[in-house]
Write a protein of this length. Structure first.
Length: 132
């Protein structure tokens, strides 16, 4: 586990920033989605609503390793993580669904991920630098 740096956490919290989730199936075939429901539970844990996630859900059941890409203008970070839990009911899911209802969407569950590393992915001389 690693602590997600404050500047990266801030990027995750901003609704206008692009957040991408990449998974792989049991055979290593990658699958990537734009994921607007990413949020932080704490400084080490990301959460994602299971909204329209057929292939992603299947992949998470087969392979727990994932990668998030978070971008804001020229800044970008990759967060390596491991799926640790799928929550099918309770206050976390209820709170997310309250927000999603404004967009006429509903999450069936919330996936929790433990961050294992954070790397700069910006187009800069810092690209590839581990920051957590």
């Amino acid at each position: 586990m690693v602590v997600i740096p404050a500047n990266v956490a801030d990027m995750i919290k901003r609704p206008g920033n692009v957040k991408v989730l990449s998974t792989c199936d049991a055979n290593g075939q990658p699958h990537t989605i734009v994921c607007g429901s990413v949020f932080l539970l704490d400084e080490e844990t990301l959460a994602v609503g299971e909204v329209l996630m057929k292939t992603t859900k299947k992949n998470l059941e087969e392979n727990k390793k994932v990668c998030f890409l978070v971008t804001s203008a020229a800044d970008a970070y990759i967060i390596d993580a491991v799926a640790k839990e799928r929550i099918g009911s309770g206050p976390i899911l209820d709170g997310l669904n309250e927000k999603l209802s404004k967009m006429n969407l509903k999450a069936h569950a919330v996936w929790l991920f433990t961050a294992t590393g954070v790397t700069v992915a910006s187009a800069s001389h810092e690209a590839g630098k581990k920051v957590a």
